[in-house]
Design a protein around this ligand. Structure first.
Ligand code: NDP
Length: 341
């Protein structure tokens, strides 16, 4: 029996595929083109128990029908990770909201049509973005938990790419829980969502390190490539290692007590200053060559709303990787590629 991973080319998904193969699962990945399938087949090796189906655009209604129609008898678990995560648009509905929501509805409906009795578990990669309330981020008395929901509306989120992205994750996740409620007597699968904060970490394959990385790793990549005097953005939030996110995707469908849960993945606070300090401490060759952080002496300071994910940590039962380690691994991979390590 196989695991279907949608968006297999993604930063997080490549690590998910890695751990699935390591644990002996057969993996079917959806990718947007034959060329991308061939690249992944080469990267994971021709002997890997890995095959591909092409889904060019998850915005298209019923985008996953042909995949489930053909492969449903083999598929026991579905991990839906595909969703746009970038801020490079002003067409929020077309580029962020619709692909996220249609993609989620698309996989749900395809399972209902062709795998209602065979798919046992569905894991959806949602986000902390679906949990937080943007208006309370600066409020130190607010504590979000796995039960919290972003209150944004479809109309109200269209202020900037960041709010539109957050809303895309909220509405996509909500569509999944609502679908399950409506269809619980028709489909057999149990649902779990994985809701990570900012995900840092090395690319699965060194060759995929490029000038610009996936959105979350830019929090490390931008300071790493800065020059003295540059004004760095003051990012503040929470972090988690991509390898922990990937492991959580496996436990999400392997464990019984994760059924019906939203797994909030965070290992604590991070800000740009915290990243800059680690870069300076761990890589002496960068000292004096990169920008000073925006808040010297205030690395990873506790300002604004907190995120309490105690319940998730108990459910998963493994220790998350530290900020020092993940920033080191991410930066070391980049520096190695640039012959600066
Ligand atoms: P990536 O951008 O690396 O991966 C996104 C994946 O979705 C890629 O496989 C991409 O395909 C695919 N995709 C995007 N839009 C479409 C589309 N219209 N049609 C078909 N496929 C599409 O991002 P991440 O790995 O970081 O994100 C993966 C998931 O994790 C997303 O759901 C994201 O919202 C979520 N997440 C990420 C966090 C982070 O900090 N990175 C934090 C919380 C949640 P292609 O490569 O071909 O473009």
């Amino acid at each position: 029996m196989a695991v279907l991973v949608t968006g297999a080319t993604g930063f997080i998904a490549l690590w998910v595929v890695h751990y699935l193969l390591e644990e002996g699962y057969e993996v079917i990945g959806t990718v947007r083109s034959q060329e991308k399938a061939e690249k992944l087949q080469r990267q994971f090796g021709s002997e890997a128990k890995l095959s591909f189906e092409i889904v060019p655009d998850i915005s298209v209604v019923n985008a996953f029908d042909h995949v489930l129609q053909k492969r449903a008898p083999e598929i026991e678990y579905v991990l839906h990770t595909a969703s746009p995560f970038h801020y490079k648009t002003t067409e929020y509905e077309k580029d962020l909201l619709i692909p996220a929501v249609n993609g989620t509805k698309g996989i749900l409906n395809a399972i209902k049509k062709y795998g209602a009795q065979t798919v046992k578990r569905l894991v959806i990669t949602s986000s902390y973005a679906a949990i937080l309330d943007p208006s309370k981020l600066g409020d130190s008395s607010t504590i979000f938990t796995e039960k919290s929901w972003n209150p944004t509306t479809w109309e109200g989120c269209r202020t900037d790419p960041s709010n539109a992205y957050r809303a895309s994750k909220k509405f996509a996740e909500l569509a999944a829980w609502e679908f399950l409620e409506t269809n619980k007597d028709i489909v057999k699968f149990k649902l779990t969502t994985v809701n990570p904060v900012l995900v840092f970490g090395p690319q699965k394959f060194d060759e995929d390190v490029k000038g610009q990385l996936n959105t979350s790793n830019e929090v490390i990549n931008v300071p790493l490539h800065s020059s003295p005097g540059d004004k760095l953005p003051n990012t503040q939030g929470f972090f988690i290692d991509v390898r922990d996110v990937a492991k959580a995707h496996l436990l999400a469908f392997q464990k019984e007590d994760t059924i019906g849960q939203r797994l909030g993945l965070s290992n604590g606070r991070v800000n740009t200053q915290g990243v800059v300090d680690i870069l300076n401490n761990k890589f002496p060759q960068l000292k004096g060559k990169i920008a000073e952080g925006p808040t010297p002496g205030k690395a990873n300071q506790a300002v604004g709303a907190d995120f309490d994910n105690t319940k998730t940590k108990e459910l998963l039962g493994f220790a998350f990787n530290s900020l020092e380690n993940v920033v080191y691994d991410t930066a070391a991979q980049i520096l190695k590629k640039e012959s600066r390590l």
